[in-house]
Write a new protein. Structure first.
Length: 186
């Protein structure tokens, strides 16, 4: 069950996760990594609505976060991104939560590796999130939401992970969107 928690600092960055969505994403991965280290698996965290294993779910999230820096393989038409996609993005950011098809792959992305072990998938996600946290270049348009600020991407990706992994303990919704909802579109 998701409960509200007081704002805290990310152990890796020292940033307050309530005021820094990037630190919030890093802190989510910190907790995820600790859970898998203790439990040996993340299977219990998965939503029953999805079809992927825990490892495949993390690979999917890593693809999406990585493509925000390098460019997504396929984009929806500009008309969709600038209308419905933009509206969905702002709705999710205002609500601090999203709802989407948990079995939909990133369009045009390589197949997920069903043989990848959970700790390896966590390491891959950790690597891409670290790269994202340090990234200073222009971000690439999301296939549905279009252009997003770094704070918006971090908030949306944390919400994305939270939806795929509703069993993840200790999530504070307010920490994820407090400053990202005011981020500007480019």
């Amino acid at each position: 069950m998701l409960g509200l928690m007081a704002p805290s600092n990310s152990p890796k960055t020292g940033q307050n996760v309530a005021s820094d969505p990037v630190a919030g994403l890093v802190a989510f991965v910190d907790r995820l990594e600790a859970h898998v280290r203790l439990d040996g698996s993340g299977k219990a965290l998965l939503s029953s609505r999805g079809i992927w294993t825990f490892s495949e779910t993390l690979q999917h999230a890593a693809q999406s976060i990585g493509y925000s820096m390098t460019g997504y393989p396929k984009l929806s038409p500009i008309g969709l991104r600038s209308t419905l996609g933009r509206a969905a993005k702002h709705l999710f950011l205002r609500r601090g939560a999203m709802r989407h098809n948990l079995s939909a792959p990133v369009l045009g992305a390589p197949e997920l590796d069903p043989r990848m072990a959970d700790p390896e998938a966590v390491a891959a996600l950790r690597l891409v999130v670290s790269r994202f946290a340090d990234f200073v270049g222009p971000l690439q348009p999301h296939p549905i939401y279009g252009r997003c600020s770094k704070e918006q991407v971090a908030s949306l990706q944390t919400m994305h992970l939270r939806e795929h992994l509703p069993g993840m303990p200790g999530e504070a919704r307010s920490a994820l969107h407090s400053s990202a909802s005011s981020g500007q579109d480019k």
